[in-house]
Design a protein around this ligand. Structure first.
Ligand SMILES: [Zn+2]
Length: 88
């Protein structure tokens, strides 16, 4: 008897929450046809694949991996643009 009463009470509380959500519009927002903006462009922030090719710096002759060229330019040549020769 007590269990049945509890089940009834739980159902009643759930219904009350639903009615409240439908009343103030939160329910409609939560079930909107528009998906959340977060998953709109799942691959937009993906970085390009790393370049593991080997390059020779045109200014100092150092061998640098493709993905590391930017930081070499920054650290060794103060951001100056230079030519890279692809070694392999
Ligand atoms: Zn260099």
């Amino acid at each position: 008897m007590m269990r049945l009463y509890n089940e009834y009470r739980t159902r009643r509380l759930v219904l009350e929450v639903w009615e409240r959500l439908e009343g103030n519009g939160e329910w409609q927002v939560a079930n909107s046809k528009n998906p959340p903006a977060v998953i709109a462009h799942p691959a937009a922030d993906q970085p390009p694949p790393a370049d593991f090719g080997l390059y020779k710096c045109g200014a100092c002759g150092k061998m640098v991996m493709g993905f590391d060229r930017e930081s070499h330019i920054h650290e060794a040549h103060k951001g100056k643009t230079m030519e890279w020769r692809r070694v392999r």
